[in-house]
Design a protein around this ligand. Structure first.
Ligand code: HEC
Ligand code: HEC
Ligand code: HEC
Ligand code: HEC
Ligand code: HEC
Length: 451
């Protein structure tokens, strides 16, 4: 009897469920259809919404602006003076002094330094396709390429000397023209207003003015070189080796509308400071070291917590696999000298390397925007310990200096030129480390007065 009732109830409920499911499905389908065919019926839809129309234009702009390589500029208009016709950064600099002075200091102007060029120069003999690939980011103008790809009817690719190679430009890295000039037409952001707006003397030649577009202020403008395509590139533990744009996209900065330029080019400066600049990194990363117990007695354990906060870096800290950030601590004696064998360390970074024929991830302790890295240091307290030193060392080129260049220099197929350049890169990459934060915490041990 009971059983029968239960069965009846069950089948009633099942029928109800089916009806509800059909109803829900219909609503969903209708909703999707409205969204697809008639977006103006959606709640919150604003006619000529900036988001949708601008994005379409943005895609078109990016596709034409960032071709790989950037097509030849061709003949300059006859009315241009030699200065206006030149693609050389120095020429731009005669009229745009501030941008030139900034750029010259930036890493974009050194993107064909001994590290990249030392490798690329040797690739032209046996792997020209890879060499050309590297140059799409490091020296992206066609005028900078020593060779050009020639695709045959059977789609075989051969490489031949570039008749329009500009030797002067070749090693100048990411030039002004790479970002600003197409077919000798200048492109730039909308005119700035206010007291900081650039003013030019009225009689100054102006290369026919400039096409101004808001896309220069978008993060997507930087994306082609600072983000590998997650669909079509090597993934290490699911992540492309360069993922900066996507890290930014998932952060509060993207949601608040702060593009790369708002941090890296504020006031339209062209410095692009990054991990190599101590003061710049200090503005983005906070540090706190704390003794857990203020008065540990001799023989007790002393514990220090170190906290590193990514407070204003628009992506992971650090974003690439190449830097390493060492959080270190050691006990000091009464005279401030480090005590032997007390140094400990934790590492912030992404350790991903090609080893034994495959890419491996050893660890990924990078700090996402807004997040905190917290680790402990612990020692058994010795009689003569008086202080704890906690400090952060940043090694911006760690991977290159410790792993990549030494391995590269062991290769047998290097030219004399390539070897000399990479030896220089090895040397230079060893000079970039700096101390970001340095703190000394006194141990108020019960049996000793603190100095
Ligand atoms: C002979 C002087 C001169 C040279 C050389 C020159 N420019 Fe200009 N440039 C000007 C002037 C003047 C303007 C302002 C044009 C206007 O008001 O529309 C300008 C405008 C621009 C703008 C628009 C943004 C702004 O500040 O108004 C960009 C971008 C630009 N130039 C880039 C370049 C680049 C890149 C080069 C080198 C490849 C270059 N210019 C070489 C004089 C020069
Ligand atoms: C044509 C490719 C290209 C474009 C476009 C580009 N970059 Fe770069 N960027 C590079 C390369 C290559 C380097 C490394 C240069 C070197 O050290 O050899 C670099 C270096 C940097 C660095 C310094 C990194 C460090 O280690 O300190 C910053 C910051 C940076 N870029 C930001 C930007 C921003 C912001 C934009 C967009 C406005 C942008 N870049 C557009 C290729 C590009
Ligand atoms: C998608 C753009 C892109 C491509 C392609 C690319 N790079 Fe880079 N490269 C960068 C960026 C961005 C940096 C700066 C970040 C860093 O240090 O990892 C960089 C940094 C470097 C550095 C260290 C900085 C320096 O000046 O010493 C070397 C060396 C280098 N690249 C070599 C190469 C070589 C060789 C290739 C081709 C096999 C290549 N790159 C291809 C974007 C690119
Ligand atoms: C990696 C790309 C890149 C390179 C290289 C580059 N610029 Fe720019 N430039 C930009 C972007 C992006 C803006 C707009 C920034 C913004 O709106 O925040 C800009 C803005 C400008 C402006 C407008 C400044 C203003 O006050 O309105 C001028 C002029 C200019 N650049 C000239 C140059 C010159 C000259 C060089 C070389 C010495 C150069 N740029 C190199 C990307 C670049
Ligand atoms: C909220 C400010 C902010 C925004 C937005 C931002 N960055 Fe950064 N970026 C920093 C700071 C601070 C550093 C130095 C710390 C570091 O290296 O992670 C840095 C470092 C870098 C570096 C140095 C490489 C490295 O290993 O750390 C590159 C390259 C870079 N940013 C590119 C970009 C690009 C591309 C975007 C946009 C997609 C962007 N940044 C957005 C603040 C910002």
């Amino acid at each position: 009897m009971l059983e029968e009732k239960a069965r009846a109830l069950n089948s009633y409920l099942r029928k109800r469920l089916v009806v509800i499911a059909i109803f829900l499905a219909t609503v969903l389908i209708l909703f999707a259809a409205v969204r697809y065919f008639a977006p103006w019926l959606m709640p919150g839809f604003r006619p000529s919404s900036k988001a949708t129309t601008v994005d379409q234009g943005l895609q078109e702009f990016l596709e034409s602006h960032w071709q790989k390589p950037i097509p030849f500029q061709g003949q300059a208009p006859a009315k241009f003076s030699a200065l206006e016709a030149s693609l050389g950064p120095e020429a731009c600099g005669t009229c745009h002094k501030q941008q030139y002075a900034d750029w010259k200091e930036s890493l974009h102007s050194r993107a064909m330094g001994p590290g990249p060029w030392g490798q690329i120069v040797d690739m032209f003999s046996n792997r020209p396709d890879e060499a050309v690939q590297c140059m799409t980011c490091h020296a992206p103008l066609s005028e900078q390429l020593p060779v050009l790809a020639k695709v045959a009817a059977n789609s075989d690719t051969t490489y031949e000397a570039n008749p329009h190679l500009d030797k002067e430009l070749q090693l100048k890295g990411i030039t002004c023209a790479a970002c600003h000039v197409r077919q000798h037409q200048r492109f730039g952001p909308p005119k700035a207003d206010g007291p900081n707006a650039t003013k030019y003397p009225p009689e100054m030649p102006n290369h026919g003015g400039a096409k101004r577009t808001p896309y220069f202020e978008r993060a997507e403008f930087c994306k082609d070189c600072h983000q590998f395509d997650p669909e079509n590139s090597l993934l290490v533990n699911g992540k492309p080796l360069q993922d900066t744009y996507r890290e930014w996209q998932n952060s509060m900065w993207a949601k608040d509308g702060a593009a790369c330029q708002d941090c890296h080019m504020s006031n339209r400066r062209h410095l692009w400071k990054g991990i190599h600049d101590k003061e710049w990194v200090k503005d983005g990363v906070q540090f706190k070291a704390q003794l857990q117990e203020p008065k540990p007695g001799a023989g007790k354990t002393v514990t220090v917590t170190a906290e590193v906060v990514n407070s204003a870096v628009g992506h992971k800290f650090p974003t690439y696999t190449t830097p390493k950030v060492f959080v270190r601590a050691a006990l000091l004696d009464g005279r401030g000298k480090p005590m032997p064998r007390t140094q400990q360390e934790h590492v912030i970074g992404w350790d991903a390397r090609f080893e034994d024929g495959e890419w491996k991830e050893f660890f990924d302790t990078r700090i996402a925007p807004g997040k905190t890295f917290m680790e402990k240091f612990q020692w058994k307290l010795a009689q003569n310990a008086a202080k704890v030193r906690v400090w952060i060392e940043v090694h911006p080129d760690h991977f290159y200096h410790v792993h990549f260049y030494p391995a590269h220099l062991k290769r047998a197929d290097l030219s004399a030129e390539g070897r000399k350049l990479v030896e220089r890169a090895l040397d230079e990459s060893g000079k970039t480390p700096y101390i970001l934060y340095d703190e000394v915490l006194p141990l108020n041990t019960s049996d000793r007065r603190q100095k």
